[in-house]
Design a protein around this ligand. Structure first.
Ligand code: B16
Ligand code: MG
Length: 214
């Protein structure tokens, strides 16, 4: 019996994943790495620093810690500039209605985003009121695929993890949800998110009627 539904942000509620990609691609090009969309899949759901390390590994580049910190800061500055233009119209079709509908069915709703910028994105989108709990990258120690972020969301909702369903677009996020003992709907391709219990192309495609059958 599902009682709590936990949503990732980037790629599930809004396409901030695209802004992360163009900021990382811009940074990677500065040290001669061309970041492909396929390689970008590895960056989804993981922390800013882990994302940078993955890009450096792809380019076989070794840098001292201080330089890595400076590069991550630079990428974030660009990302923050890009997201300032985000407007509520960019929320994926049907998602606000879906959240309101779930709540009217007495389901508890949480956001669980690895992004430290999630509070600003939620503010720009004007959707904070649709959630019972908000968890972002500043509140966790271990990033996805570690289950910490989803376990914290369940705790804040006061729902047992095995009664939670997670919506995720990242492979690391699907792994984190399953490691938390939760059910997971993958938003995207079966090829990428095959481990999820159920796959939809878009978040709002999920039919509430099958909620307790997966
Ligand atoms: P920031 P999510 C994640 O958000 C992104 O998918 C991932 O690509 C990004 O590196 C991470 O947030 C950290 O973001 O640099 O803004 O703190 O998918 O968990 O909502
Ligand atoms: Mg995501």
């Amino acid at each position: 019996m599902i009682e709590g539904v936990i949503f990732d942000l980037d790629g599930v509620i809004v396409d901030t994943a695209h802004y992360h990609y163009i900021a990382w691609k811009r940074l990677a090009s500065e040290f001669g790495v061309t970041l492909t969309t396929q390689q970008n899949e590895l960056l989804k759901g993981v922390s800013r620093m882990r994302s940078l390390e993955i890009i450096l590994e792809l380019g076989k580049i070794h840098l001292p810690e201080a330089e890595k910190v400076a590069l991550a800061k630079k990428k974030n500055k660009w990302f923050v500039e890009y997201i300032e233009a985000i407007r509520p119209e960019e929320i994926f079709a049907g998602v606000p209605e879906m959240l309101a509908n779930y709540r009217s069915q007495n389901l508890k709703i949480a956001l669980a985003s690895s992004s430290k910028n999630a509070p600003r994105v939620i503010e720009l989108l004007g959707i904070a009121h649709l959630f019972d709990a908000l968890v972002d990258g500043t509140m966790i120690t271990h990033t996805k695929p570690d289950p910490e972020i989803f376990l914290l969301a369940a705790k804040l909702l006061n729902v047992s993890p095995d009664r939670c369903l997670v919506f995720e677009d990242a492979e690391a996020g699907v792994e984190a949800a399953l490691a938390a003992g939760m059910k997971c709907v993958g938003v995207g391709s079966a090829e990428q998110l095959g481990k999820a219990n159920y796959i939809v192309k878009q978040t709002a495609d999920f039919d509430l009627a099958i909620l307790n059958k997966i």
